[in-house]
Design a protein around this ligand. Structure first.
Ligand code: BDP
Length: 697
């Protein structure tokens, strides 16, 4: 049990009654038609059903006499066509599917039907999930279709196989051996993604290298695209804006220069000769030193539209990132993306999506939703979540991120009145956009279990499930994942779910409670560094964000401060602008609060902070206790791994708590409440810890 099989373990089910039921209803499997996608459907059904049911399966072309599984589209399968599902199928669209228990010529069959082979593939994975999670399949009446059109992983993978903010080894793309050597991992990656509905992958780092656009690399990209195609996954690349200079030897990359545009046109045409269904580009421009249109006094829209125009005839898209900040906004980095992008609303081509991080700063353990959501109704905004836990303990802390993703998706922008949630902005329904998308920065590497921490797999899984359907609950997604990954015994199931559901809040509490943010150590982003100051840029320091002084703590983003709050709808401003109605979870994000101010618990701010930091440590200890109690119910290998990781997490949680409280105490000058554990060490000692070994340095 090394974790390689992810949630697709397909081990034989132990429940005898259920096995009997399944075997009785699934005497045969009929898949009519042939295509590369139907071939992988057959392979997956064979592998999954043989494993789960423990008996061999033959995939037939004709209906056997007994109750069977019938799979296909009306176009390729005469049996499916005869079932008269036209109306129901109309409603599920091109990627959706139906799972039905249906009578046909006197026999009760189980049906996976869709309008396209890709829909059949998604239905197949859903069906296998029903078996894996031990559901009754006797009266199926399921229809499902994705709420978001583009469901994409962003790999921050470099061509030398290092991974920016990757904590699970090196890149899974072995550029050296491509295109001739196809690693089995590519196929298993595609299977895993297709099983959760992911339909796109950006192979390369947003901090892009133009080399990937050379013929030598395009051949390699083509090899991957060929592997992924049957699984419904399109390949995208990051485009370095200065490529016309670096590869084309032009003097400029000015998007309005005809020679530059011609260069990109040729390049795009060349890419499509290798990959006829190439998805398009993700672009990080004029951010953190990356080149972009502003180098030539052009706007983000000028840059995005130039690329979009050359991609449009081929069906490609541009995902232009809004993660921009520089020294020009001295008072608050929070405001910059909105300031630059909102005025551009309505000026982007139809095949451009602006890709916005969930919050305005940078993937912190908790951020209020990004003010651009709801502020650019004429532009499809793509959500960018970070699955890799750059600021949440990286590859060693257990933090189940579905509750964090859901928190942003369910937040109300009030853009068109109450109920204008971020999810409705992102799925395009609020403003009627033809395209919509969610991107997740992948946490995948070549570690044997893909994600370093076994529970990191749950975040990959949850991202895909929510991109398909943002209305799913975090608990429901956890339950599916646990049953398929660990165990379906009700007692361990519930215990693991409890651990997962509280884990992200635990991280928030021991790192950055009550709306604190950006307190991490210089550059590595792993341990605490609330004392970081005097760096080349103020907005790369911690003191810029927490603003601790003898009076209190927190960043005043109201009218009396930076007024970043003015970027939100009036209803949001009214709630968050008043410290008594502002949720405590984001209080110090928006307000500078006096040390003695009363909080909801009745404690002063200082005492409450001490309680939250300590509570974070306690939660990790509770997770340890729960996990220890599961010994014997989880296989030894993974039980031991998680146990060791939890011990690291407990140590790190104390490190965060002690370092932050000792540091903030130099301002509050108040004692840590008697009943709480005392810090182990002095502030000076903590300030000396420089984890040079940490990844990302
Ligand atoms: C930050 C990362 C940095 C990325 C950047 C981005 O620290 O490595 O390049 O985001 O999203 O979170 O472009």
């Amino acid at each position: 049990e090394d974790g390689y099989r992810l949630w697709q373990r397909y081990d034989q089910l132990q429940n005898k009654d259920l096995l009997k039921q399944y075997r009785q209803s699934l005497n045969g499997v009929v898949v009519q038609g042939s295509s590369p996608t139907l071939t992988v459907v057959k392979e997956e059904l064979e592998m999954g059903m043989e494993g789960l049911l423990g008996s061999s399966i033959t995939i037939a072309n004709q209906l056997p006499k007994k109750a069977s599984l019938v799979v296909g589209t009306p176009a390729s399968s005469p049996i499916i066509k005869e079932l008269g599902l036209e109306q129901k199928l109309k409603e599920v669209g091109q990627e959706g599917y139906l799972l039905l228990s249906q009578k046909h010529k006197g026999k009760n069959h189980t049906v996976i039907a869709a309008n396209s082979d890709k829909g059949v593939l998604y239905g197949t994975f859903h069906f296998l999930r029903l078996l894996q999670t031990q559901q009754n399949i006797q009266a199926l009446n399921i229809s499902s279709s994705p709420k978001t059109k583009l469901r994409i992983l962003n790999h921050w993978d470099n061509l030398d196989r290092t991974v920016e903010r990757g904590y699970a080894g090196f890149s899974i793309w072995d550029w050296h051996k491509l295109p001739d050597y196809i690693d089995q991992r590519y196929i298993d990656y595609a299977r895993a993604n297709a099983s959760i509905g992911i339909n796109g992958t950006v192979l390369t780092n947003v901090n892009a290298n133009s080399l990937v656009l050379t013929p030598e690399y395009l051949q390699k990209v083509k090899a991957l695209a060929d592997v992924f195609r049957p699984y419904g996954i399109k390949v995208y690349l990051t485009a370095r804006f200065s490529s016309p200079i670096e590869l084309g030897k032009l003097k400029t990359a000015d998007p309005l220069d005809p020679a530059v545009k011609a260069w990109w046109k040729n390049k795009v045409n060349e890419i499509y000769t290798y990959i006829p269904d190439f998805g398009g580009f993700t672009v990080k421009a004029n951010s953190e030193g990356q080149p972009g249109p502003q180098n030539y006094n052009r706007s983000h829209a000028d840059g995005a539209n130039m690329l979009a125009e050359v991609l449009a005839p081929k069906g490609g898209i541009v995902m232009w990132r809004a993660f921009v900040y520089d020294n020009n906004v001295p008072d608050d980095r929070h405001k910059q993306a909105y300031t630059e992008f909102k005025p551009l609303d309505g000026t982007f081509q139809g095949n451009v999506m602006v890709q916005v991080k969930n919050g305005a700063i940078d993937f912190q353990p908790r951020e209020p939703f990004h003010p651009l959501f709801g502020a650019m109704p004429k532009t499809p905004l793509m959500m960018e979540f970070q699955i890799t836990q750059e600021y949440l303990g990286q590859g060693t802390h257990l933090a189940y991120l579905a509750p964090m993703f859901k928190e942003t998706l369910t937040a109300d922008t009030y853009a068109k009145g109450k109920g204008s949630t971020v999810a409705k902005v992102v799925d395009g329904s609020l403003d009627n956009h033809a395209i919509s998308g969610m991107a997740g920065v992948a946490n995948i590497g070549n570690d044997i279990n893909w994600t370093s921490h076994p529970f990191g797999q749950a975040n990959w899984y949850a991202f895909g499930r929510l991109a398909w359907d943002h209305e799913l609950t975090s608990e429901g997604i956890a339950d599916e994942w646990i049953k398929m990954t660990f165990s379906s015994a009700p007692s361990s199931q519930a215990a693991i779910r409890t651990m997962m559901m509280g884990s992200r809040e635990a991280v928030v509490n021991y790192m950055t409670p009550m709306g604190l943010h950006h307190l991490m150590g210089w550059s590595h982003h792993y341990g605490p560094g609330p004392w970081i100051k005097d760096k080349p840029r103020a907005d790369w320091t911690s003191v810029y964000y927490h603003r601790a002084d003898e009076k209190g703590l927190g960043f005043d983003r109201t009218k009396t401060g930076s007024n970043a709050l003015s970027q939100y709808a009036p209803e949001v401003q009214a709630q968050w602008g008043n410290p008594t109605t502002c949720p405590e979870e984001v209080l110090l994000w928006f307000h500078h609060v006096a040390w003695d101010a009363k909080t909801k618990s009745g404690r002063t701010l200082w005492d409450e902070l001490c309680y939250r930091y300590s509570g974070g440590v306690d939660s990790v200890r509770a997770m340890q206790k729960t996990w220890n109690s599961l010994e014997g119910q989880i296989d030894k290998e993974r039980h031991q791994q998680v146990k060791q990781y939890l011990a690291i997490q407990e140590k790190d949680a104390r490190w965060w708590r002690d370092a932050c409280l000792l540091y903030f105490q130099t301002f509050s000058k108040r004692p840590i409440p008697q009943e709480l554990e005392k810090p182990q060490g002095t502030l000076e000692q903590f300030m000396k810890i420089e984890p040079k070994f940490a990844p990302g340095i």
